[in-house]
Design a protein around this ligand. Structure first.
Ligand code: FE2
Length: 373
């Protein structure tokens, strides 16, 4: 809900709190729809503000590639693995395998992975969000490259556990705001070999899983760590998890910096193709991942504000949007940005939460819009 100035643009909005008149007598109940007459009547009685329900895009359903249940199942699997390792117990991989199977099943059934664009939300992150996102992105890359199910399972497991070595890195260091000292960076880099050791010794994991942990910071030209391997010695799983890891790291808020603008990430990762990152894996990623996930709030050139309402099969860089504020905007306008190359995306507005609890423009509940999509 938001507090809004009582003006004509609120026509069609719904009251989130009741309005009481003299003596506390109920005048308008919660859920009352504001009409021109109601607004006029309230203003004539001296009311200047109302609390209204706010949903920037009432029908918006942010698309998650995996269900809430699968995400919870995966978090639980990772949590038990980490806790058992930290208390000297031997975790078994069964729970992790089952979680990976659930992720693959969700990707195939929920989002039609073999056809569609994977839209990953990057807000509300917790400890395991990065690992789960890297898993989802890696599987999407493997799928695009035509990997069969058994290989997608191996890839997904490796990707899910790629940072498991971080359980042996001090939490203060992991969450340190600001740049790391050389010594701290050196310690941080040990998470690859720590992960490899954990997976080989404690999990009894197959080598392919452990190589995800060991090689996801290796780079094709040998400039990566921990071993400085070059292209021919890095496994396919290492190359794919590296691409997924870089993408998710760049597009997420970190303790020391904000998320990097998706178009910048796209340009940067494409520049790294064949030098640092595997070309086929980068191409596969950008053929499948939505640069602007559904629910993202965008600032467009010209001062317009829009929310991403869906993905356009024609381009994962030019989503379907609803313009909800800006010069001359009195009612929302739906657009397919693919059809409007003249409209540039300027930046992301993180301050506007995707579930739409902030006001941008008035009267957005009763959406009647033109669309070229
Ligand atoms: Fe890592």
């Amino acid at each position: 809900m938001i507090i809004a100035d009582l003006q004509d643009t609120l026509e069609g909005a719904y009251l989130a709190l009741p309005i009481h008149g003299d003596g506390g007598k109920l005048m308008l109940a919660t859920g009352t729809r504001l009409t021109k007459n109601v607004i006029r009547a309230l203003r004539s009685r001296g009311y200047t503000k109302v609390v209204i329900r706010k949903s920037l895009v009432p029908n918006l359903k942010p698309s998650n590639p995996i269900s809430h249940r699968t995400r919870l199942q995966t978090e639980t699997a990772l949590d038990q693995a980490a806790n058992r390792l930290l208390t000297g117990q031997s975790p078994d991989l069964k729970q992790v395998f089952e979680a990976v199977d659930a992720i693959i099943a969700d990707l195939w059934s929920n989002s039609g992975m073999s056809r569609g664009i994977v839209s990953i939300q990057t807000y509300d992150r917790n400890t395991y969000t990065h690992s789960i996102n890297v898993c989802v992105l890696s599987i999407a890359i493997g799928d695009t490259l035509g990997w069969p199910l058994n290989k997608l399972r191996e890839l997904g497991t490796a990707a899910l556990l790629h940072d498991i070595g971080k359980i042996l890195i001090p939490v203060d260091l992991l969450n340190k705001p600001g740049p790391l000292t050389n010594e701290e960076y050196g310690l941080m880099k040990t998470h690859c070999e720590k992960g490899w050791e954990i997976l080989c010794e404690c999990f009894n994991a197959c080598e392919y899983v452990a190589r995800g942990a060991l090689e996801h910071h290796e780079r094709l030209d040998g400039s990566g760590y921990p071993r400085g391997l070059t292209a021919r010695d890095i496994s396919d799983i290492g190359k794919i998890t590296a691409v997924a890891d870089v993408y998710d790291a760049m597009t997420a808020d970190r303790p020391h910096r904000k998320a990097i603008f998706p178009e910048t990430v796209y340009t940067h990762m494409n520049k790294c193709k064949g030098v640092l990152l595997d070309t086929a894996a980068v191409d596969a990623l950008f053929s499948r991942v939505a640069l602007y996930p559904t629910g993202t709030i965008l600032s467009l050139w010209g001062g317009y504000i829009a929310v991403v309402t869906g993905q356009d099969p024609r381009s994962n860089r030019r989503p379907l949007v609803r313009i909800i504020g800006g010069p001359g905007i009195t009612k929302p306008i739906d657009l397919a940005l693919y059809s409007r190359p003249d409209i540039k995306i300027n930046l992301l507005l993180k301050d506007y939460v995707p579930d739409g609890n902030r006001v941008i423009a008035g009267g957005l509940e009763n959406v009647s819009s033109s669309s070229d999509s």
